[in-house]
Design a protein around this ligand. Structure first.
Ligand SMILES: *Cc1c(COP(=O)(O)O)cnc(C)c1O
Length: 363
């Protein structure tokens, strides 16, 4: 007869306890408010997910994925852990592996920002770098066949998050807005990497019976936009992107198209110019996907302004900009990748001053 060992259950309980205590020690992230002169009557809020201990919104996801693996009996004492990641998730998962005393391997595309690779290694994680970015999930599955627990962010993100509340990102945002002039935002804007954040926000808006619409900000020609438009699960990207964390090549299992009201496609040069602009606004650096979100916010705000609407728009600052010092904030790197954000910088500055729509041709 085989049975689980009492010691296994004791370790499991201690591991879950360690995760709950980490959550109790952590503060919620700030909801930063700004007003932009051109868009009078519209309040902009930025949820600062860079403020998590591991520097990105993936801190929430990593905590949920470990808890989900533990509560499903998939993760045992001494078992190695693996996941495929473009970096932010790997950093958070390495951090929690250290907390739980587990060995962690991140399978990453070889072209991931070097600072992210160093961050995983500094936390005691290993990096298995793969040349073909589309091969990372298959490589993680190889590790799992050899006995590792696959946290599987792309397969499980939308399930691992408690969508009805439990301080998920949507509940946190709406709680923080409660006493604001427009407590029910017109729009919430986020990107789609795993799709977990957009699924959580979209479900929660319905659950709470709010009129708020959800917009996914996507690099031009990537799979969420393609798939959402046609509701096609086989859609794939038709243009490359330099924005990390979002803009997946293929439709991921956690993409929930039905809860997304709009998708706006943003050229990389615009995202990068907007990322630089966020540094001017907040006096600190954020990553490229925050810039993509910002451009989409301005586009939606211009539409509201044109229709004479007032209200609020909420978006996310997804990760810290320090990680991109050698990429998005490096002029030579951008030049080598054929990107010059200066025209977009001028255009966005015009938009901020006059309330125009950055992505529409006639402004
Ligand atoms: C993962 C990620 C996103 C997208 O979030 P998902 O919940 O995975 O869709 C956006 N920006 C960054 C920097 C990310 O790492």
């Amino acid at each position: 007869m085989s049975h689980t060992h009492a010691g296994d259950r004791a370790w499991l309980h201690a591991a879950i306890d360690a995760l709950e205590r980490e959550a109790a020690r952590s503060a919620d992230t700030h909801l930063l408010k700004i007003e932009l002169p051109g868009y009078a009557g519209i309040d902009f809020y930025f949820k600062d997910e860079a403020a998590h201990p591991t520097g990105s919104l993936k801190h929430r996801l990593a905590r949920s994925l470990y808890l989900y693996a533990l509560c499903n009996g998939r993760l045992r004492q001494g078992q190695p852990v693996v996941d495929a990641s473009s970096g932010s998730t790997a950093i958070a998962e390495a951090w929690f592996a250290r907390l739980l005393g587990l060995q962690f391997t991140a399978v990453m595309p070889a072209n991931t920002a070097p600072a992210k690779i160093r961050a995983v290694e500094a936390l005691g994680g290993r990096c298995d770098l793969v040349d073909d970015p589309d091969a990372v999930c298959a490589r993680a599955a190889d590790h799992a066949r050899r006995g590792a627990c696959h946290l599987d962010q792309f397969g499980l993100a939308e399930r691992a998050t408690d969508w009805r509340g439990n301080n998920n990102i949507a509940e946190s945002i709406l709680g923080q807005l409660a006493r604001e002039p427009h407590a029910q935002p017109a729009w919430i804007v986020c990107g789609a990497g795993t799709g977990g954040t957009s699924a959580t926000i979209g479900r929660y808006l319905r659950y709470r019976r709010l009129p708020t619409q959800l917009c996914v900000a996507e690099p031009c020609g990537r799979s969420f936009a393609q798939g959402w438009r046609t509701r096609c699960e086989d859609a794939s990207a038709c243009t490359p992107t330099l924005i990390e964390g979002i803009g997946r090549t293929h439709v991921e299992p956690c993409f929930l198209f039905a809860v997304v009201d709009a998708v706006l496609e943003v050229p990389d040069a615009a995202s990068i110019a907007a990322t630089w602009m966020l540094e001017d606004i907040f006096a600190r650096r954020y990553g490229g996907s925050s810039g993509t979100n910002f451009v989409a916010c301005l586009e939606l705000a211009a539409g509201m302004r044109a229709r004479g609407e007032r209200g609020s728009i909420v978006t996310l600052l997804c990760d810290r900009g320090e990680r991109y010092a050698e990429t998005l904030f490096d002029a030579d790197w951008l030049k080598a990748h054929g990107i010059d954000p200066r025209d977009w910088q001028a255009r966005l500055a015009q938009c901020l001053a006059h309330g125009n729509a950055p992505l529409s041709a006639d402004t």
